[in-house]
Design a protein around this ligand. Structure first.
Ligand SMILES: Cc1cc2nc3c(=O)[nH]c(=O)nc-3n(C[C@H](O)[C@H](O)[C@H](O)COP(=O)(O)OP(=O)(O)OC[C@H]3O[C@@H](n4cnc5c(N)ncnc54)[C@H](O)[C@@H]3O)c2cc1C
Length: 385
């Protein structure tokens, strides 16, 4: 698939930025990935280097150290970050700079923006988002973490699980109930900081994929969170958590397509080199067709993503398009991963080959940020079915 064949929403300035991102990722991050994956960890220094490159601040106003770019610029970074070739590292960086910091920029008051954004943009302080609980993921309205107002602080009790950057985070946006009887209007978001008494950050959980990534449980036992750490109005937590979901879901769909493209390219090289029965395995019609099937699926997913991205950029309603894009990309990712692995034969099963990591990492896309089933429910309802 030649890149010039593709229709994209990006202009010249995006492509210049893309080249900078690509050079940085391929020179400074990708070479360390095998080591980080083995250690099941990557250094905090990575956040600082990404900060020095200005990449945590794309969606952050200039007065707090950002570059005030738009979703197109941010999408270029999402796409290029897949060249790190480790879903865990990509997710940690993306969660911090593309989800947590923009939420503070959008809903925070002046004090909060001054306190959290400049060090966040520099990658000196790392953020996380705590929505999911052991008892509730898809059904977020059913979370049990509660915060009771007592004078100038809230007393927070409960737990969160599967939190990206959870072990290392310096601050976490925690969705909790401040008025459990008030339905959707009873939620608030508190910024809980590392070291607050009663706040425990668990060790990284062991996972199928995203090995280098830090995914952890958090517990809150009578944590006194200052009222000044409430993000947005009391009662706005549920709505604010939903407000950026389309962008958050699109990040995953864009990443899936670019990771699949990388796996495709690697596999193309392999099938044209590896020989069996006197010819390259890619020259067997059955395998050539597999390559074409993958190319079609990748391109269809990419165009669905770009269609949703254009609508998001134009501030048009895009819940249907984004949900479709994420479901489609997740399914495509699983298909491409299985097919690439099969075409690599035994080597596809080996750690040393990237395909094995992609096969494990890609599986999360149908689960995180809204499962495919939940997203289909959204689309179905919006279609009046
Ligand atoms: C590696 C990783 C990183 C994560 N990072 C974060 C993070 O940083 N912050 C955070 O808050 N969360 C995070 N999550 C949590 C993630 O968002 C949830 O796992 C996801 O939303 C699903 O919730 P659940 O695991 O509780 O599954 P459940 O909601 O229990 O779902 C189980 C199954 O039931 C299905 N199901 C549920 N409801 C319906 C329905 N109405 N109709 C049909 N089927 C349904 C689901 O589709 C799924 O197949 C992460 C998860 C992982 C694995």
């Amino acid at each position: 698939m030649g890149e010039k064949f593709l229709l994209t929403p990006f202009g010249e300035e995006h492509e210049i930025f893309r080249r900078q991102c690509r050079r940085f990722v391929e020179k400074e991050l990708a070479p360390h990935v095998m080591e980080w994956e083995k250690k099941q960890d990557f250094p905090d220094e990575v956040f600082r280097r990404v900060g020095e490159m200005g990449l945590h601040g794309i969606l952050i106003p200039e007065e707090y150290g950002g570059s005030e770019g738009d979703y197109l610029m941010a999408s270029v970074w999402v796409e290029e970050s897949t060249r790190i070739r480790s879903g865990g590292v990509e997710a940690g960086i993306g969660m911090h700079g593309l989800i947590v910091l923009p939420a503070i920029a959008k809903f925070g008051n002046e004090d909060q923006k001054k306190k959290f954004l400049p060090p966040g943009v520099k990658g000196e302080k790392i953020g996380a988002l705590g929505l999911t609980e052991p008892i509730a993921g898809s059904d977020l309205a059913n979370i049990r973490t509660v915060a009771k107002r007592e004078g100038d602080h809230y007393l927070l009790n409960g737990s969160k699980t599967f939190i990206t950057n959870g072990s290392r985070a310096d601050f976490v946006l925690v969705l909790c109930k401040t008025s459990p009887e008030a339905g959707y209007k009873g939620f608030s978001t508190l910024i809980v900081e590392k070291g607050m008494a009663g706040f425990t950050q668990g060790k990284p959980l062991e996972k199928l994929g995203w090995h280098a990534g830090d995914t952890a449980e958090l517990t809150f036992e009578n944590v006194a969170v200052p009222a000044g750490n409430r993000l947005g109005e009391e009662g706005s937590g549920f709505y604010n958590s939903m407000a950026n979901l389309e962008w958050e879901r699109l990040i995953m769909a864009l990443g899936t397509v670019c990771s699949a493209q990388l796996a495709f390219e690697r596999t193309k090289t392999y099938v044209l080199q590896r020989e069996a029965f006197g010819r390259p395995i890619g020259r067997f019609q059955v395998n050539r067709h597999k390559m074409v099937d993958m190319a079609m699926e990748i391109e269809a997913a990419r165009q669905l993503n770009y269609h949703a991205l254009r609508k998001l950029m134009n501030k048009e309603p895009c819940a249907i398009e984004v949900s479709m894009a994420k479901v489609f990309a997740s399914r495509m990712g699983d298909f491409v991963a299985t097919t690439c692995l099969q075409l690599h034969g035994g080597y596809g099963y080996m750690r040393e080959y990237e395909i094995e990591r992609f096969f494990r990492d890609v599986r999360i896309n149908a689960i995180g940020g809204g499962t495919s089933e939940v997203l289909k429910e959204i689309v179905g309802r919006l279609m009046g079915i």
